[in-house]
Design a protein around this ligand. Sequence first.
Ligand code: FES
Length: 106
Amino acid sequence: MTRISKSPISITILPMNEISCVSQSATILEALLELKVEIDHSCGGNGSCGTCRVFVEAGLEKLDFRNEVEAEIAHDRGFSDNERLSCQTQVKDQIAVRIPKKLAKG
Ligand code: FES
């Protein structure tokens, strides 16, 4: 049996401008968590909270279109074209993503 290995893909994380390699076909959220990047993901990656959104600054054309779950949240919340739910979007090629600033509390 031949085993097909998927080569790692580089992802640039902004605003830190950090470049790392992640597994192909991981979701952006899985990749960011693996890299210990602090990102909200209140629903645990189920596509229901919208807190894991990122802005894809490069490579948007290399990503799949939004799935049904993401499309509904994107529509309801008025996401811009490059605003994606990281838990619903797979890394398939080199991309750069910007992590939104957290809103100051209190
Ligand atoms: S973690 Fe909740 S929508 Fe992605």
